[in-house]
Structure formats: C-alpha cells, structure tokens
Design a protein around this ligand. Structure first.
Ligand code: KIV
Length: 297
C-alpha cells in the first residue's frame, strides 16, 4: 500500500488525466460509496474514485440504479470525500437529475460539487446529452461521459446487454464518442461494448477512455469495488469482465459466525475486554450499598 502511495504521490486532476493518456499510462478507477472504502482504495493507489449510482443496486439493495436519488448521491459523495486525498473524485448524476433540462442539471451537479465535494460529475448518454454537457461545462463543472451500456436506460434497453454489436450500432457509438469529446467531456466511460469498438474510440479521441467490459485497449479500467472484493450479491449473473480478487463476503461471514459462537459460549468478552472499578471505588461502592441495605431495614 505504502509502495503504491510513493509511486503515485501526485494528486490526480482533470488536466492530469489527459497528460497521462499522452504518456500512455494505464490508470485505475474504482467505485466507492463510503468513507472507509474510499480511504483504503485511495491509499492503495486508485487514480479515479467514482461515487457511482451503482450505489443503488450495490449498497442500497435496489433492483437497479433508477430509484437512486440526488440526496442519496450527495450523502455518499460527502462520506467518500472525507476518505480521498489523492484520487480524482467523480460523482454520478442520478437518473432524473439531468433529464428535465440544463438548469436542473446544473443545480444537481452543483450540489454534488459544493455539498458532496466531487471534483467532476458523470452522466449517461450520447448525442442527446450534448446541450446539457455544454451547459455544465460552461458553469465550470467538469463532465465525464458514459456510453455503451447505460444502466439508467435499463427500461428502454430491456436489460443489461452488450452494446454496439452491429457495424451500424458501432458507428453510432464512435460518432457519439467524437461528439462528446467535441462537447468537452474530459473522459469517457465505455461500458459493455466490443473490444474492437473500444479500441477504435480510444485511438480516435484525445480524452482518456474508461472501460468496463470493453477490453484491454481503454486508457483506464474501472470496476465496481464490491465486485472486485466479492461483496456483490450477483453470484448467478456475474458479468464475464468481473475479476474477483478477494472474498470479503466469506471473511465477514466467518468473523460473524466466530463472534456469535463466542457470545453464545460466554467466551466473549473476557475480563481484558471489559472495564473494572479501581479497588478503592469497589470498596466505597460496597460500603454504600451495605449502608443502603441497613437504612431499608
Ligand atoms: O455507477 C457505476 O458504478 C458506474 C461504473 C460502473 C462506470 O457507472
């Protein structure tokens, strides 16, 4: 952990991301939704920390990201902010917070920046979001784009499927990427698209691409932290791009089972794990209690 901190000491910023792309550096992005996780992954050298609206399905137990509210995103972003020193902190704009016009989008983004402490926001969609994106950028709000599978469109798409599979669909994605770059997004998430399409986009645009299920050629890779550490409840539908590096769910289960067994057998807590009175206080208490008993009689 300390090794990574020494290797990557400088604060990651919006401009430094483009410089990293020019130098051909591969960067790391992870989601976080709370203070301890944010602190751990920041200290471990993560370059971008995204308070994703995956908060909804990963942490809050919703079916998908649709119900996530702006208040929930602001609250999670504030917690994550307190744990992040080096990474660039980006917050997702939840469904509904930028769909009713550019003014509403600016108001929502300003809450994530001013109250939440995010340094940038992310929103989903291609060419139909250009006006909103331009307006946010005009108000000094850095914007990260997100195309391919856009989970907030789940009701329209009818599920979470690979996007850009046909030549025509791939062309639309490539055009969207160019349009978003021209509108001023500083980085672009490519979710669940064929690796060839991600490679063409990465080579075509000068902003960094951030891949999730988009192959190895993206400039940056992102995963949901709960998938990486085995804390997601998606066993039966784990996408093929998820590589699980730890089984924290099992570690928690075992710890809780051992604690419960110790409580039930009386092995927890020991004397060392509790507090005692000083001998003087114990004596005084004893005499006080015996005086009370005498008075009662
Ligand atoms: O909400 C999220 O976690 C995301 C990433 C997976 C890119 O949008």
């Amino acid at each position: 952990m300390a090794y990574l901190k020494q290797q990557r000491p400088e604060k990651v910023t919006v401009p430094s991301l483009r410089a990293s792309k020019e130098r051909g550096e591969r960067l790391v992005c992870l989601t976080a939704y709370d203070y301890p996780t944010a602190r751990i992954i920041d200290e471990a050298g993560t370059d971008i920390i995204l308070v994703g609206d995956s908060l909804g399905n990963v942490v809050l137990g919703y079916e998908n990201t649709i119900p996530v509210t702006l208040d929930e995103m602001v609250s999670a972003t504030r917690a994550v902010r307190r744990g992040v020193a080096r990474a660039l902190l980006v917050a997702d704009m939840p469904y509904g917070s930028y769909h009713t016009g550019a003014d509403d989008a600016v108001r929502a983004a300003l809450r994530l920046i001013k109250e939440g402490g995010a340094e940038a926001v992310k929103l989903e969609g291609g060419r139909h979001r250009l006006e909103t994106i331009r307006r946010l950028i005009a108000e000094e709000i850095p914007v990260m784009g997100h195309i391919g599978l856009t989970p907030q469109s789940v009701n329209k798409l009818g599920g979470f499927r690979l996007q850009g599979k046909t030549a025509e669909a791939a062309r639309v994605l490539i055009e969207d990427a160019r349009a978003l770059e021209a509108a001023g997004v500083f980085a672009l998430v490519l979710e669940l698209v064929p690796r060839e399409v991600a490679r063409i986009i990465t080579e075509t645009v000068s902003i960094p691409t951030i891949g999730i299920g988009a192959g190895a050629d993206c400039d940056i890779q992102v995963l949901v932290i709960h998938d990486l550490i085995g804390l997601s409840f998606t066993e039966n539908r784990k996408p093929r791009f998820v590589r699980q590096y730890a089984n924290v769910r099992q570690i928690i289960t075992e710890a809780v089972e051992r604690f419960a067994a110790d409580v039930r057998t009386g092995a927890y807590p020991t004397e060392d794990e509790s507090y005692g009175l000083s001998p003087e206080a114990a004596l005084e208490l004893e005499s006080l209690l015996s005086e009370e008993k005498i008075e009662e009689r």
